[in-house]
Design a protein around this ligand. Structure first.
Ligand SMILES: [Zn+2]
Length: 400
């Protein structure tokens, strides 16, 4: 088998995507201003990633890995997962995404089985569990990036329930029943009451948003934007409550954050590189027109204070992002023109070039990465020498 080869990913045109970031990476013209939301790299059934072999043949990455087994994946990952266990993506978030929570591995397995037994078709709109896997996620910001991440610590949450007068109705339930009681109240409130509570708040903040008075570090900015983005006649999205309940996190380029099972989150704006376990299990909590299953959402949400752990950008050229899962690992290499490093490849690993130009060399195989050809795959046992042909920023995804 060939241990190193160029790879092409698959583009997702979800309507929340931006129109220029991913087209510029892949040097694709976009005259019709189509949204380019995500670029996927992996073996997921919805990722048609192709390897380009030295003889010119193109083969699906997942077929190549299936055909080569241990030679592609290595012993550990083959035994532990049976396949490439991660999905690597580039995201361009123009419009905010739904508030979501991912289940734990143990719970996903139970719930997936239960929905199978209940006979809910896998593609039904009310199907919660698409597979039996968890979906922890790690993201590295490629621009200034805003997201919601877990519940605010107690004092901050109390402060905002006091400051925003329309939210005072939540104060006593939070005091008495904590985070779980607060979230249950917000998620189970009848829609008419949601409208009654939020309408005066929106009437107050929408003009401020529209005349540019609100800043992005202010919850009101995102609440107003959410109201405009998810505008439906007669329905104010209850996800707006969570904009105030959750930590509003700002990452600068190169900073990173990990989101484990149960941590509610929503991406608000920016570009990132994201890696996750290969799964599609998402429970939604608002800012969406998609299916919301309150009972399931509340079951999986860690209703507790979260202190966001922002992973700083390393001073060193090489950064290994520490994650508490084996499904994936991510490393970043900032190389100056002329510098080179040699990497031992342990499993099916993906290179993703975000800036510059590099050559990858393994024995007689050589792949040059430069826009628009920014990805390659290497397989277990390969020894790859990376040489920067320009100042470059390269990522490598792997698993344990
Ligand atoms: Zn997520």
């Amino acid at each position: 088998m060939q241990q190193l080869a160029p790879l092409s990913g698959s583009i997702k045109h979800y309507d929340w995507g931006g129109i220029s970031y991913i087209p510029s990476l892949l040097q694709i013209e976009n005259p019709n201003m189509q949204p380019f939301a995500e670029y996927w790299l992996g073996v997921h059934p919805q990722a048609g990633c192709m390897l380009i072999l030295a003889n010119g043949e193109e083969v699906l990455l997942r077929d190549y890995i299936a055909a080569n087994g241990v030679k592609a994946l290595g012993d550990n990952v083959l035994k532990g997962f049976g396949n490439m266990p991660y999905l690597l993506k580039v995201l361009d978030v123009k419009d905010m995404l739904s508030i979501q929570v991912h289940p734990s591995k143990k719970q996903a397995a139970i719930d997936f089985e239960q929905e199978n037994k209940a006979g809910v078709p896998i593609d039904a709109p009310n199907r919660n569990y698409k597979d039996a896997n968890h979906k922890p996620e790690l993201m590295v910001a490629m621009s200034e990036f805003y997201l919601l991440h877990g519940f605010k610590p107690e004092d901050e949450l109390e402060a905002i329930l006091t400051k925003i007068k329309e939210l005072k109705i939540f104060k006593s339930v939070f005091k008495k029943k904590g985070y779980a009681g607060l979230y249950k109240m917000a998620m189970e409130m009848p829609q008419e009451q949601v409208n009654e509570v939020l309408q005066p708040l929106l009437s107050r903040i929408l003009p401020l948003y529209q005349n540019g008075t609100l800043q992005k570090d202010d919850e009101n900015f995102w609440a107003a934007r959410a109201a405009l983005t998810f505008d439906r006649p007669g329905v104010i999205d209850r996800g707006i409550f969570s904009v105030y309940f959750f930590n509003l996190v700002r990452l600068t380029k190169g900073q990173s954050i990990f989101q484990d099972a149960g941590v509610p989150h929503a991406y608000l704006e920016g570009q990132n590189v994201e890696i996750m376990a290969s799964s599609d299990n998402v429970l939604r909590g608002g800012l969406t027109t998609k299916h919301i299953d309150n009972a399931e959402l509340l079951k999986h949400t860690k209703c507790e204070a979260t202190h966001p752990k922002i992973i700083k950008k390393a001073r060193a050229a090489t950064q290994h992002y520490k994650v508490p899962v084996k499904d994936f690992s991510l490393s970043s290499y900032k190389l100056q023109k002329g510098e080179s490093i040699t990497l031992d490849i342990a499993t099916a690993e993906i290179f993703l070039l975000m800036e510059g130009k590099v050559s990858l060399q393994s024995k007689r195989l050589k792949v040059v990465l430069a826009r628009p050809d920014i990805t390659a795959a290497a397989f277990a046992g390969a020894v790859v020498t990376v040489k920067a042909l320009e100042d470059s920023w390269l990522f490598k995804a792997a698993a344990r």
